[in-house]
Design a protein around this ligand. Structure first.
Ligand SMILES: *Cc1c(COP(=O)(O)O)cnc(C)c1O
Length: 374
């Protein structure tokens, strides 16, 4: 009996995003064992590609098994000792998630909040960090729930001044937006495979600065999450190749190929293509009489939050896009539920042709959907 076959969607969503066809191909390559020398070549190639997209020379650059949240939990559990003070900048859903993980790992969490759709200035960050003097500082580079891009230096510069370890959630920025981990003084950065890298979900790219590695080596306690113990992972991937857990081999083939596609295009060209697609997207949104939620200059250019116009039923609009055009976009979360559409323009979809297709469908749905009933 044949198993069912998925519909072919256009994933204009925050993630998973559209997968490069050559990545699907790569995933059908033959299985090898977790200690096979070939697999270690793949790991090497993945680490090399990840350094380019992260913008780092960090030797500790690898992919952790699991989705972006596994990377987040690896960062929090390995760098926040129980009782240590963790300062989190919260202006969206994922900042909240970092706080929640910190709480569960016994950190003393302090937070600075802003409305979803705003970013933090260096003065605000410095005042907060000088008052709190935390050991660890975490922020979200690309806040997917709000559609904002946080300038890293505004947080890492004052964090460095007080000697804190800095953690950056780069889950939605990696592969489409420059992160410049080294220049931006981010000690620990994590991401995922299914957003800017145009691969399926399953791996969490991760990088640690030499300063962060020293910190890890000096750590006295065992990581409370055995599976995400970075010292053990470092040993398996980078040093002794001693078994820790079975690497998701086919996912490594996928990310290896996804990174090769990015390097073939040229990383700068890819960033420029995404930026051009964003500008085109905003022009087209405004031409429809709609508004972006975030002020220009603070926008996450690959994930657009568009205000739902007064009286429009956002759930019906999204349903119609999916049913009639096979186009997937996302809803607003938390305080933005019902108020914004979240529309990703990433990877193979970040082209004028795909934007034409999207806007033909979107305009038709806006015109066809009846106003929300009061
Ligand atoms: C998607 C996302 C996550 C969580 O990643 P999963 O892959 O869903 O586990 C974390 N942070 C940000 C900013 C995200 O966009």
């Amino acid at each position: 009996m044949a198993s069912s076959y998925p519909p072919e969607r256009f994933l204009f969503s925050p993630g998973p995003t559209q997968v490069e066809p050559r990545v699907y191909q790569a995933m059908t390559r033959p299985m090898v064992g977790y200690l096979d020398p070939y697999l270690f070549q793949v790991f090497e190639e993945v680490s090399r590609g990840l350094r380019v997209v992260f913008g780092t020379t960090n030797q500790f650059t690898l992919a952790v098994s699991g989705t972006g949240s596994a990377g987040m939990e690896a960062a929090i559990s390995n760098f926040c000792d129980p009782g240590a003070k963790l300062a989190v900048f919260v202006a969206g859903f994922f900042g909240e998630r970092i706080c929640e993980m910190g709480r569960r790992h016994g950190a003393q969490v302090v937070r600075l909040d802003k409305p979803w759709g705003e970013v933090f200035s260096e003065d605000e960050a410095r005042a907060f960090l000088e008052r709190e003097r935390p050991a660890v500082v975490a922020f979200v580079h690309a806040e997917t729930s709000a559609g904002t891009l946080q300038p890293p230096r505004a947080i890492t510069r004052p964090a460095r001044e007080i000697g804190a370890i800095t953690i950056g959630d780069c889950v939605t920025s990696l592969g489409t937006i420059p992160i410049n981990v080294d220049d931006n003084d981010i000690d620990v950065a994590f991401s995922c495979s299914q957003k800017g890298l145009s691969c399926p979900p399953g791996l969490s790219p991760f990088t640690v600065s030499p300063r962060g590695v020293e910190w890890l080596k000096a750590r006295k306690i065992d990581n409370p999450v055995w599976y995400l113990d970075l010292k053990r992972l470092m040993e398996y991937f980078l040093v002794s190749r001693r078994y820790h857990h079975t690497a998701p081999v086919s996912m490594f083939y996928a990310v290896q190929e996804g990174l090769a596609a990015i390097l073939d295009e040229g990383v700068e060209q890819r960033f420029a293509r995404h930026l051009a697609a964003h500008h085109s997207f905003v022009r087209r949104i405004e031409a429809l009489g709609l508004q972006m939620h975030v002020a220009p200059g603070h926008r996450l250019t690959t994930l657009n939050t568009v205000r739902v116009p007064e009286g429009l039923d956002d759930a019906k609009t999204r349903q119609r896009l999916l049913d009639e055009y096979s186009i997937d976009i996302a809803r607003g979360l938390g305080p933005l539920a019902g108020k914004v559409f979240r529309i990703g323009v990433m990877g193979p979809l970040a082209t004028e042709d795909h934007l034409d297709r999207f806007f033909d469908a979107f305009a038709a749905c806006l015109a066809a959907v009846p106003a929300a009933t009061m």
